[in-house]
Structures are given as C-alpha cells and as structure tokens.
Ligand binder design. Structure first.
Ligand code: DX5
Ligand code: ZN
Length: 224
C-alpha cells in the first residue's frame, strides 16, 4: 500500500490576527502543526514563544500534535520550556547543541518525542550514530530563518540517502522536510522517502488552505 505523507503546516506564514480561525478550518486535515521558534541568534529572525504554543494546545488539545522546531541557541533550555507548554515533538538543531544525545534523552524523559534538524549544508551522516534514538529527523530545504524562500533542489537526494539508511537499519523515525515545499517538489520528496512535509507559504498564503494541504499530500481533488 502507498504510504501517506503527513502535512505539518507552519504557522510562521499565517496571518497571526486570524490564527484561531484558520486553525479551526484546517484542524481536521492535519496530524501535526509546525511551530518555528526563532531567537534572533541561531537565525536572523524572531518568531513567538511558549505562550502561543500553550494557547494553541489548550484550544486544540487532541486535534493535532505540536511539532516545535527550535531554531535557537541553547536548545536544551528551550526544549524543556516548550515541553512544558504544549509541545509534543521537540526538534532541535544539530548545529546548535554540543551534547545532542543528552538532549534527545532529556526530551524523551520529559515524555515527548525527540527530533534533530539539519541545515541544508550539514550532513546528517555526521549524526549517524545517534539516529537510532530519535523519533524525527528534519531536513531543512532552505537556510532557516524565514518563510517563503525557494526550495533547494539537491535536498531531494539528501532525503533519499536518509530514507535508505533508515530502512536498511530497520529504524522508524519520521523524515521531515522543511522549507519551500510546494505541490511540485512534494511529489519528488514523497518519492524520495519523506514522511512529513512542512508547508508554510504554500498552505497559509493559499486562497484555500484546506485545498492546499490536499494538494501537498497529493490527494485527488474533485474538480467542481
Ligand atoms: C524556516 C522554517 C520553516 C518555514 C516554512 O526557517 O523552519 O518551517 O516556516 O515555510 P515555507 O514553507 O514558506 O518555506
Ligand atoms: Zn520549521
């Protein structure tokens, strides 16, 4: 049977003034919601903090899991804060943490799923030894910091190598691709073995976000 790819909309691209409304609209369509946390140091941008994560979790308790993508220095500090404020999956960057295995175990001890993210130019192969301990591996397909950037095409082969590595070893972490994902490259990424696609601008800048999610997933859409 064909594997169904999951879509994780990234609210960074949403109109924050109507966030509740758009989340109510899409909540039946997605299993994950992607929250981009930026500190102005690891990336040259600021986004939002734990209060928003906790407010979303209170309102949408069981509709979707909150995937917290930490683009911050000192991820260990923030991982704990977001784990206590609604985060279900805590993803930190390999480039920002000197003791990644310790942090993975800490996140799991907090009862959360742990993920590790790699910038486009960082080889996930450097982390091979610890990939058996993670639940999510996130491959950035743009340099992190902003929504609406163009997808880097050579990321597809990076994803394919990761999927082969995962399957050869019988591991089962999710393979997340984040940045510039649109319906065209979504099909290539799915074929390469991605299991979760993050969609920012392609979902929240679309006239119909529900249709946009279906298009990313590759659902057949009835033409009215
Ligand atoms: C970029 C963020 C992404 C981004 C995705 O630093 O990690 O999650 O919001 O947005 P799009 O899909 O617009 O690139
Ligand atoms: Zn992200």
């Amino acid at each position: 049977m064909e594997e169904k790819v999951k879509i994780a909309p990234s609210i960074l691209a949403a109109d924050f003034l109507s966030l509740g409304k758009v989340l109510s609209l899409i909540c039946g369509e997605v299993e994950l919601l992607h929250l981009d946390i930026m500190d102005g140091h690891f990336v040259p941008n600021l986004s939002f903090g734990p209060k928003l994560a906790s407010d979303i979790k209170k309102r949408f308790t069981s509709e979707f899991l909150l995937e917290v993508h930490l683009m911050v220095e000192h991820p260990s500090y923030w991982a704990e804060i977001f784990a206590r404020n609604g985060g279900d999956i805590i993803v930190f960057h390999w480039e920002a943490e000197r003791h990644p295995l310790r942090l993975i175990r800490k996140i799991r001890d907090l009862g959360k799923k742990a993920g590790i993210a790699f910038n486009p130019a960082t080889l996930w192969e450097n982390a091979e030894l610890i990939l058996s301990e993670v639940d999510y591996v996130l491959i950035m397909s743009v340099d992190p910091g902003f929504s609406g950037q163009s997808f880097i095409p050579w990321i597809v082969s990076k994803v394919r190598r990761l999927r082969e590595f995962r399957d050869d070893r019988g591991l089962c972490f999710e393979i997340v691709v984040d940045g510039g994902v649109n319906p065209k490259n979504a099909a290539l990424l799915k074929e390469a073995g991605a299991t979760v696609l993050v969609g920012g601008a392609s979902v929240f800048c679309a006239d119909d976000p529900v249709k946009a999610i279906k298009a990313l997933r590759g659902d057949r859409i009835n033409v009215e």
